[in-house]
Write a protein that binds this ligand. Sequence first.
Ligand code: AMP
Ligand code: MG
Length: 426
Amino acid sequence: MSLSAHFSCLDDFDPDALSVDQARAFILGQLTPLHARERLALRSALGRVLAVDVIAPFNVPAHDNSAMDGYALRHADLSASGETRLRVVGTALAGKAFAGPIAAGECVRIMTGALPPAGTDTVVIQEVVGVDGESIVVPPGQRPGQNIRLAGEDLAAGQPALAAGRLIRPAELGLMASLGCAEVSVYRRLRVAFFSTGDELCSIGTALADGEVYDSNRYTLFGMLRRMGCEVLDMGVVRDDPASLEAAFRDAAAAADVVITSGGVSVGEADFVKALMAQLGEVLFWKIAMKPGRPMAFGRIGDGGETGGGAWLFGLPGNPVAVMAAFYQFVRDALHALMGADPLPVVPLLAATSTAAMKKAPGRTEFQRGILSQVDGQWSVLPAGAQGSGILRSMSDANCFIVLEHHRGPVAVGDTVRVQLFDGLV
Ligand code: AMP
Ligand code: MG
């Protein structure tokens, strides 16, 4: 089904008043992961997405081993009510087992990771044991099997250790290394082409003429895309003229999986871009009930490309803060879906107390730039200066978005609001 047919079947989808959640759900509903994958040396897979399940080839841990430094002994030797004296007959080190079995009344000094010698079934930590020459004195109250990690306790041989779709972070690198994986099959990098539109834009390195502004959107987009591990194709500034725009769209769609543009989708400009888009593919123009980031285009352009339907297009608004807000609220999750990654948990939403009053009308979601901090052990947030959608300074000073939900009215000092942190932990 065509995008617009699909769109128009959905109840209460109005392109002139789309909620943030509706737009997000519609976009994600269209996308399926790219197929192409590649095998990489383990370290190079950091930040990529697993394309196949990783199956544990053996038990982890492979053998029973001690979880602590202490003494390995036979639980049956211990007195239930009083102290027990045992003779220390040797040492078991990690990677260097104690050879012989042990007899009744004997024990072995054991280090973390060492195999418990044949006959032993319990480890008592060194801190509770009294040492007396060649003997130790063990207090009562030891549990059979304590402080021994069992073979296969972490992962059983043949079980999936990681499922396809997992984003590979440091923990995944370590886990795969623990299974002996030297190479891993991952989805290839997503190719994203982007360009800015506007006759007033000047690229850095050139002196500004009257009425011109430097193009900053290509730099925020570059940063956001690189952070996500995308291969980026910067196509520069394109003039607001149909022939140049048509050529840019065609080139971008031929070279990339996704095309991101900024500017040219606001009222007036959109009419002309719309006509062009109608020839090149299928693009929906939306007015999203959000601030900043209201006008936005989403669709497919060109032909070829792995999805068979060309490259996906995100036509973002021109205002620098709107570009970033729309990217984080829509494009980021969409790119993750195309990269084959499992849906990420929604960026952490933390409750915080507002230390400022904020104007807000019900009927749209607002993303104010905020500064979150702890005051007297409580999370508090205040807006990061002037909130105009062209003022990048507020993005730079901020560490979070203050998310003022669709139905919410004005915020008073002391009200609880929700924030999305800019930085995740991993
Ligand atoms: P537009 O959406 O094209 O109407 O642009 C809205 C506002 O954003 C205008 O003030 C533009 O000058 C500004 N703008 C558009 N593109 C960029 C860009 N790439 N870098 C900086 N400002 C931009
Ligand atoms: Mg423009």
